[in-house]
Design a binder for this molecule. Structure first.
Ligand SMILES: Cc1cc2nc3c(=O)[nH]c(=O)nc-3n(C[C@H](O)[C@H](O)[C@H](O)COP(=O)(O)O)c2cc1C
Length: 254
């Protein structure tokens, strides 16, 4: 890379998901700075849709883990953050003006909620990483959004989009930087370029296989991983019924 790096991009380029933690806690001061940094992110129309529920209670973490298929990184995290697309505040504000909201259920606002939450949550993870903490996003909360919503006491118009398990990284975990597609495959100039990604995927397969070999997992293929995830409903681990889950929380997704 020819552009000089800086401490922020250095940190971004060192990201790896951390799923094993020491017992050292994430302090309340750290948590507050992490969520303040998340809140400072841009937010669609300043709607400030993101709410985060911080779960530290061991029994609650265990119940959430069990409900979503058993995830030890949820149970062992010092704090498990659940990021909520939360229109409930806004709906109440609108009602207080004597008006009913007609658009909260529209798919556009479902997208607004998911995008805002994702942007805020990534700000949080980067802030945590800047403090020497580590974490992993947990899309698996959507394996069973009903149970997670009940466990957290979410009101209508509030939906658990993604979790973020945080803790002090266990140095024994030993994962490295998982390679990404070559830049030429994802950075297209002016118009979309199919040939660019075709070439990139070919060389990525090799890098991907080699990376997993260093992790003691031989014979991995990115194409097979992608296929397992998106070819059939089974790859979604229960999330193929998301429209119903969204509706039950007041997101009609029309
Ligand atoms: C929205 C989102 C949801 C994710 N959900 C999970 C999850 O449920 N379980 C998990 O182990 N990793 C999860 N991850 C982590 C990805 O698997 C990980 O980022 C990816 O494999 C790349 O690895 P790296 O972050 O170590 O570079 C999620 C990541 C994102 C962005």
């Amino acid at each position: 890379m020819t552009t000089p790096s800086n401490p922020v991009t250095d940190l971004q380029l060192q990201h790896r998901s951390v799923r094993k933690y020491l017992s050292t806690p994430v302090t309340d001061e750290q948590l507050e700075l992490i969520v303040t940094a998340a809140q400072r992110a841009s937010t669609s129309s300043n709607l400030q849709i993101a709410t985060v529920v911080a779960v530290r209670d061991a029994n609650r973490k265990r119940r959430i883990s069990e409900a979503i298929g058993g995830r030890d990184y949820v149970e062992n995290a010092s704090v498990f953050l659940v990021w909520i697309a939360d229109f409930s505040r806004n709906v109440e504000l609108v009602r207080a003006q004597g008006v009913e909201t007609e658009t909260v259920g529209l798919i556009e606002n479902t997208l607004v909620g998911a995008v805002d939450v994702g942007i805020a949550a990534q700000n949080a993870l980067l802030a945590a990483e800047s403090m020497g903490l580590g974490g992993v996003f947990v899309g698996s909360v959507r394996n069973n959004p009903e149970a997670v919503s009940t466990e957290l006491g979410l009101p209508k118009h509030a939906f658990p989009v993604v979790g973020l398990a945080l803790g002090v990284p266990d140095p024994e975990e030993g994962t490295g930087l998982k390679p990404r597609l070559p830049l030429s495959g994802v950075l297209h100039h002016e118009t979309y370029n199919v040939a660019a990604w075709e070439h990139a995927v070919e060389s990525y397969e090799e890098e991907y296989r080699e990376y997993f070999e260093t992790q003691g997992i031989p014979g991995r293929s990115w194409a097979r991983t992608v296929t397992r995830r998106i070819a059939t409903p089974e790859g979604l681990h229960g999330r193929h019924t998301m429209r119903d889950s969204l509706r039950s929380q007041g997101f009609d997704s029309e």
